[in-house]
Design a protein. Sequence first.
Length: 142
Amino acid sequence: MSRRHSFITLLVAALLAIPLAALAGDNQTKGPKPVHISQGKEVTLADYLVPGKTTIFDFYSEYCPPCRAIAPRLEKLHMTRDDIVVVKIDINRPGMKGIDWKSPVARQYKLQSIPHFKVYDPDGNLKAEGDEAYELVNSWLK
């Protein structure tokens, strides 16, 4: 087989693999543990939605006792339900002590309390937010 033929065969195989990788979904988001993002920076939630799965965005701070209390239960939900993905959004900027209400992400989503949940359905539509989302997530945690 010529060198040119080998290159073309390799190129075609690589091009065919790209759509298959896209169909597999975002493996970095649905892993053994929820992915942690932001550290106070603005974030586009649509970048973290997992098609075909319910996505729970958990806005939290390590300085929030209720956030720390619910964290292990959310992790368990993420790990035990194939239809649910949890994405944790740390509202604190690096080095900030206490809950960072003035961080870019806290301002972006006008957060006034945490934990704050946004739940998106498998089609990427906002299903619930705030108190309604909290009740929905709690029903799945039971």
